[in-house]
Design a protein around this ligand. Sequence first.
Ligand code: PNS
Length: 172
Amino acid sequence: MRVAVYPGSFDPITLGHVDVLRRALGVFDRVVVGVLVNPKKVPMLDIDTRVAVIRSGVGEALADQAARVDVRPFAGLTVDACRELGARFIVRGLRAVSDFEAELQMAHMNHRLAPEIDTVFFMTALEYSYLSSSLVREIVRFGGDPAEMVPPSVAERLAAVAAAEGALARVR
Ligand code: PNS
């Protein structure tokens, strides 16, 4: 059984992430989407919401494969999460050359920490190469429509969170 962990912040998951996950499912028997709990960052979507919308988004976008996907939060090192889950592979997506440097550094560091674990990169489809979670957050916060960028249930939840943020800002 080939198990891989696809770690990330996923704040929010985008169609680019879904595309990488779909490709990973073509290679691995089971893929665990590991959602980082990072106490240093204030995310737009809290950890429970990120996990919930990834589950619903995967159900919508990859319905026939969803049984082979597990979504769970993790804190600490990615390699420790891999070891706990019995995963020998880390999945990451590459959108453009600009991603490469940081990803290479992370892959080498993870390999140093855990030589038995390999990082496998998938090229994000060209149509999603411009997408990033941070741009999606910005678009939603300024009232833009992220329908072409995230699964439908994720778009709905983002709109609700952005509306709540807006209401809070008006009260302050
Ligand atoms: O979606 P992101 O923010 O690009 O994901 C980055 C992530 C979560 C893969 C990376 O920050 C990570 O692995 N964090 C866990 C802590 C860790 O293992 N750090 C050492 C990485 S070399």
